[in-house]
Design a protein around this ligand. Structure first.
Ligand code: PBG
Length: 328
């Protein structure tokens, strides 16, 4: 006979009571802020499909990083727009590549150095064809060739670690890349560099705006032969299991909001640090609704992040990091 003795509304009456019984927290330190680094100086180019997101030259990126650090944000995730692209993704593993230069500059700043600097490891921003691995073309068919891609990804991770990345984060979805990267890092004397593997990454329409921001859209075909089918939860858990067996220190789940069940299932099953990536399309659709006045900006933003934490993510990669940190 629960009612009228039991009344759950008793603990919802005041903000202090609600705070006392709140189950999930959201702190600036849980948020990771993605940055897109481009060549030049004093460059701050707006990404049209992502209001509030910019392509930043290294000097401007350092300024943004310092601001992020002053807001208590946990870290940065760096992406690069190289001067030029080729079949071998030279810009990804070049010691003088755009992200490598940004890492060195960030490490020179006492404020920025306090952030955990994560570097995305992938080839798509650096290949002329925009795929995440090496393309093997024969006539009018093509394959993304797994094993030759591993060597380039491993070289990229080593180069980023040398330049100062605190964590390397492979997002390519080739089989065996975590093991290849771990081996290469260890041989190079970077056995202390952790790997955050995008273990569960789905072939998603929600990456659309990112491909404008990072200029990384595939020039032909799509990513469905390497990124996962959105229908598959069991396969996602298998991907995670394999990445952990290969030596991943932490896992990243992506996208976040349309895949919260996957985040939750991974949390139940694996005791490792886990992040979720609220990707570009999730950001852009909310921004569009804010611009139209259809959603209340601050509340909807924080609610979207809280939901991701509640599903089980320890940290969240989000383009809202700065805006959310200001509110928290
Ligand atoms: C690179 C990469 C992508 C994203 C993160 N790393 C794009 C893709 O796989 O096409 C997407 C992030 C976002 O949409 O915010 N492979």
């Amino acid at each position: 006979m629960p009612f009228p003795e039991i009344r759950l509304r008793r603990l919802r009456r005041t903000e202090s009571l609600r705070a006392l019984v709140r189950e999930t927290t959201l702190n600036p330190g849980d948020l990771i802020y993605p940055l897109f680094i481009c060549p030049g100086e004093g460059v701050r180019n707006a990404v049209s499909s992502m209001p509030g997101v910019f392509n930043l030259s290294v000097d401007e990126a350092v300024r943004d990083a310092e601001e992020a650090a002053s807001l208590g944000i946990g870290g940065l995730l760096l992406f690069g727009l190289p001067d030029s692209k080729d079949e071998q993704a030279t810009g990804a593993w070049d010691d003088n590549g755009i992200v490598q230069r940004a890492l060195r500059a960030l490490k020179q700043s006492a404020a920025a150095r306090k952030l955990v600097l994560m570097a995305d490891v992938c080839l798509c921003e650096y290949t002329s064809h925009g795929h995440c691995g090496v393309v093997e073309q024969s006539g009018d068919t093509y394959e993304i060739d797994n094993d030759p891609s591993l060597e380039l990804l491993a070289k990229t991770a080593v180069s980023l670690a040398r330049a100062g990345a605190d964590i390397v984060a492979p997002s390519d979805m080739m089989d065996g890349r975590v093991a290849a990267i771990r081996r290469a890092l260890d041989v190079d004397g970077n056995s202390n560099t952790p790997i955050l593997s995008y273990a569960s990454k789905f072939a998603s329409a929600f990456y659309g705006p990112f491909r404008e921001a990072a200029d990384s859209a595939p020039q032909f075909g799509d990513r469905r032969s390497y990124q996962m089918d959105g229908a598959n939860l069991r396969e996602a858990l298998r991907e995670i299991e394999l990445d952990l067996a290969e030596g991943a220190d932490m896992i990243l789940m992506k996208p976040a909001m349309p895949y919260l069940d996957v985040v939750h299932a991974a949390r139940e099953r694996f005791g490792v640090p886990m992040g979720a990536y609220q990707v570009s399309g999730e950001y852009s659709m909310l921004q569009a609704a804010f611009e139209k006045g259809w959603l209340e900006r601050d509340r909807a933003m924080l609610e979207s992040l809280l939901g991701i934490r509640r599903a089980g993510a320890d940290f969240i990669v989000t383009y809202f990091a700065k805006a959310a940190a200001r509110l928290l």
